[in-house]
Write a protein of this length. Structure first.
Ligand code: SF4
Length: 201
């Protein structure tokens, strides 16, 4: 198949899946507005989204046994292609049962897909990292400019609360240096209140 951009790439010892460039947010710190690629990728901007057949073909070119985990995280929000994400995860585990699967997400999957999507992840996804990014709805709106507007923050919190019930390893993260230092502690408390891990990345 022709080169459409890097659908899979190696980064920090993990294999990363970049299935889409769609995202409902426009975060001011988003790396995709600064560099064209990460890790061993040449371009994470896709000329078009790969089909499921193409995803499987591209994935089979990698030796999955080399990697501890497959991470859905590219130049877009992975849950914009939730069906393909889950099918890819199942396919990867069918080839390499020991591989862990993580989703790095903005937590807006339910708004994107118009329903509670957390149950879909059960038994397939091992870890979810949710970008908390801010201490409240107003701050989130100002930093991430979500197309769903002010309700986005609460939707992300709700998603995290529910996903914790079905996925064993859930983390919330903020980007150090992008929010006022005084906001880090309230963010940590939000994560603690939800009973999930907290990370400053
Ligand atoms: S949610 Fe992620 S991909 Fe989307 S704009 Fe923010 S940092 Fe970029």
């Amino acid at each position: 198949m022709e080169y459409i951009g890097d659908v899979f790439y190696e980064y920090g010892g993990g294999l990363y899946a970049n299935l889409t460039n769609r995202c409902p947010d426009r975060c001011e710190f988003c790396i995709r507005y600064m560099v064209g690629a990460l890790g061993d990728a040449d371009s994470l901007w896709l000329k078009r989204e790969p089909t499921m057949d193409e995803i499987k073909e591209l994935l089979s070119e990698w030796d999955l046994k080399r990697f501890y985990e497959l991470v859905f995280c590219g130049y877009g929000e992975p849950t914009e292609r939730l069906d393909e994400l889950l099918e890819t995860a199942k396919y990867a585990k069918s080839i390499c049962p020991s591989i862990k699967v993580r989703i790095n997400t903005n937590g807006l999957s339910d708004l994107i897909n118009g329903r509670d999507t957390t149950g879909d992840l059960k038994g397939i996804i091992d870890a979810v990292s949710v970008s908390l990014n801010a201490k409240g709805p107003e701050e989130y709106l100002a930093l991430c400019h979500p197309r769903f507007g002010i309700e986005s923050f609460d939707a992300m919190i709700d998603f995290t609360r529910r996903v914790k019930e079905v996925v064993p390893d859930v983390t919330m993260s903020i980007v150090g240096g992008t929010i006022p230092r005084g906001d880090e502690e309230p963010c940590r408390k939000i994560a603690e209140g939800l009973g999930v891990k907290f990370r400053i990345r």
